[in-house]
Design a protein around this ligand. Structure first.
Ligand code: GCV
Length: 675
């Protein structure tokens, strides 16, 4: 880095540290809180340079550590963990030493120590994944696609001259959980992002994030050369197009020397891509990869595509990408959503994982709750992500990305407890072997309640509430492998009946649930679309057979007769009804757990979550009643004992319409007014 850049970075660090001193925005739950009255003693061991990042570590400790002297040491010793890992140990005189091979490792160690002041033995940590990246679906006009926590944090009109203090808080919060990359704009990317005007703004953000070890990446629009500079084509094999991207990469790196690279959504949902010019995904990705290579940048090329072939939606990504195995440049990573369709409440893993042995792959999780009740519902997502890791070996992936749930709401995530999902993503990206219970326990006991004052029973109930909450949402929305029966567009409430003239068939619920008088579910066995053939044995055979298919995926892979007996001895219809009821009952229980926890929770957080749980409970019943009335028309069977009678008729539910866009969460008032 040039001396000029280093100077700028130092100035930015000083501005940032000053801006946060008032603590106005320090509401990310896992960031340390001010309890130190006198400055803690922090010593830099010999040859440890006081770089801007080391200085941040020193200041964090001086301000927030109330233990004995801390010694920070950078050393090249191979006995220390690599990749910004660190050790934390207690010295003979009771001082604490944090050691790392890098300044960033010291910062990570600092946040770990502040989170775990009572550590035992020697802590030895290093991140599992090299790239731990947030994806923002933020638009340049400040809206966030599928964002439910207000507007974008990035104030494009003010940048680069005015820097919101929240940029630094964002960087701190991410560094504190080990996130080291951020794609700051929507994958439905505006070409304008790559204009000089915007790159200068992006560079201002990068200057802040760099100090915290966070690299900036951009989503790019494949037709940018045509839109920005009127090239007649964006054909990836055209020499003028190749030159355009090379020059653009040079320009970006002249402004942002540690720029991470590009994320690309191509030939999907109306986005341009190489196939518009008769070229393949590999041609497109490699052209960008070659432009970035001299600067050590990477291309994350998304596999979320709609194949031109009229195949089962769940098969398309595999069909299009698997034959391209071996055709991608080494600095391309294929970014694949966890499931084969689209972030449904529960999906089997995408069979593309593991199917391209010589191509780098990464997983894309969705932290924002597009299909899980937006910011109104509690759905702790670590259980969903750890379930994914039970099928996909973490070591088979090169990186991990999460579509973030962060916006400019004062509490960052809309639902106060949804901060735990941001936290869980960071922790799993650092260590995918952690369990959902460990992460929930950690977040709850360090951020939600004061463990020394809260009865064990209350803490345990809160942890149970978190770790069962995703399953509860699945139960009251789409149990037994049902999927995509959401309202069109905004994806909030139930609409299994939905029909939109002119819409793609595979955007409509009936395509997925296939309810008829014979039964329910999508036959993806060899007698149907045969999507099961994309999975390796022995899983393929297990999924293909209705009697061995795990019941949580039953209706994903099979069209099941209404009167077929499941493992419980109940018929499909009975099991379906009781699952919906179980989901509703679970949310009522959460309301009780929350009430019992009241004395131990911050009053504002308490009141906010109480109201959201009440909405969630009403929504759960809305889902249950609407879906059971609708499917009941086909099963022709009565509700079994133990299932509450619907409050209204099917006709009533079919008329409920929420006037919301793809970037807002319905308020309780709005929900009350329409149903
Ligand atoms: C950013 C789904 C969402 C879209 C999103 C798309 C994607 O279809 O509904 O809002 O677009 O996935 O992941 O590209």
């Amino acid at each position: 880095m040039s001396p000029h850049r280093i100077f700028l970075s130092v100035i930015t660090a000083l501005i940032c540290l000053q801006a946060s001193a008032g603590g106005r925005f320090e509401s990310v739950s896992w960031l340390p809180v001010d309890k130190v009255r006198k400055r803690a003693k922090v010593v830099l061991l010999d040859k440890t340079p006081s770089t801007p990042t080391v200085n941040i570590a020193v200041k964090e400790l001086q301000k927030y550590w109330d233990g004995p002297e801390v010694r920070l040491g950078i050393s090249a010793s191979e006995s220390l963990p690599a990749d910004d890992g660190y050790t934390i140990a207690r010295d003979a005189d009771n001082g604490v030493s944090i050691s790392s091979r890098s300044a960033l490792g010291l910062l990570y160690g600092t946040y770990d120590l502040l989170r775990n002041p009572d550590f035992e033995g020697t802590v030895r940590e290093k991140p599992f994944y090299k790239h731990r990246i947030l994806n923002h679906w933020d638009n340049l006009d400040g809206t966030i696609e599928r964002g439910y926590a207000g507007k974008s944090l990035w104030r494009w009109k003010e940048l680069p001259d005015r820097l919101s203090p929240r940029y630094q808080e964002y960087a701190r919060a991410n560094a504190a959980i080990g996130i080291n990359g951020t794609v700051i704009n929507n994958v439905n990317a505006s070409p304008k992002t790559l204009s000089r005007e915007y790159l200068v703004k992006v560079a201002a953000l990068a200057d802040i994030f760099r100090l915290y070890g966070i690299r900036v990446y951009l989503s790019v629009n494949f037709a940018s050369p045509m839109v920005l500079d009127s090239l007649p084509t964006a054909d990836p094999l055209d020499p003028a197009v190749i030159k355009w991207w090379e020059r653009k990469a040079d320009e970006i790196y002249s402004l942002i020397p540690d720029f991470g690279g590009f994320l690309v959504k191509a030939n999907s949902e109306g986005q341009p891509g190489p196939m518009d010019f008769g070229r393949s995904h590999a041609d497109g990705a490699n052209m960008l990869a070659k432009a970035l290579k001299p600067h050590e940048g990477i291309v994350m090329w998304r596999a979320f595509v709609y194949s031109p072939i009229d195949a089962d939606r769940a098969k398309q990504a595999y069909m299009e990408f698997q034959p391209l195995d071996g055709k991608f440049d080494p600095n391309v990573i294929i970014q694949i959503k966890n499931g084969p369709i689209d972030f449904q409440p529960r999906e089997p893993y995408s069979p593309l994982f593991g199917a391209m042995p010589v191509t780098d792959e990464m997983a894309e999780f969705q932290i924002t709750q597009e299909y899980l009740g937006h910011s109104n519902h509690l759905a702790f997502l670590a259980p969903m992500w750890t379930e994914f890791f039970r099928y996909v070996n973490p070591a088979s992936l090169k990186a991990i990305a999460g579509v973030t749930n962060i916006g400019d709401d004062a509490n960052w995530t809309g639902h106060p407890l949804a901060q735990a999902n941001w936290y869980a993503f960071g922790r799993l990206a650092w260590n995918p072997a952690l369990t959902a219970r460990e992460i929930a326990g950690d977040w709850i006991t360090k951020n939600l309640v004061d463990i020394s004052k809260t009865p064990v029973g209350v803490v345990e109930s809160l942890i149970d509430m978190f770790t069962t909450s995703h399953e509860a949402v699945v139960d009251y929305m789409m149990p037994l492998g049902l999927h995509h029966i959401f309202a069109y567009g905004h994806h909030y409430g139930p609409e299994p009946w939905c029909d939109v003239p002119g819409a793609r068939a595979d955007w409509l619920p009936k395509y997925y649930h296939r309810a008829d008088s014979a039964g329910l579910g999508f036959d993806r066995s060899p007698s149907g679309s045969n999507a099961v053939e994309q999975y390796p044995e022995p899983l393929r055979s297990q999924l293909a057979d209705m009697s061995t298919c795990p019941e949580e995926f039953l209706l994903w892979f099979h069209h099941v007769p209404w009167d077929r007996r499941l493992s419980s001895g109940r018929t499909l219809w009975e099991e379906l009804c009781l699952s919906y009821q179980k989901g509703c009952d679970a949310v009522e229980d959460y309301e009780k757990v929350w009430k019992e926890a009241r004395p131990y929770i911050d009053p504002e957080v308490y009141a906010d979550v109480r109201e959201r749980l009440a909405t969630q409970s009403r929504d759960a019943k809305w889902w249950r009643d609407a879906c059971l009335l609708y499917f009941g028309q086909y099963s022709g069977m009565p509700l079994p004992k133990g299932v509450d009678k619907p409050a209204h008729s099917l006709d009533y539910y079919e008329k409920v319409k929420l006037p919301i866009s793809n970037y807002e969460c319905p308020s309780p008032k709005l929900l009350d007014s329409v149903r």
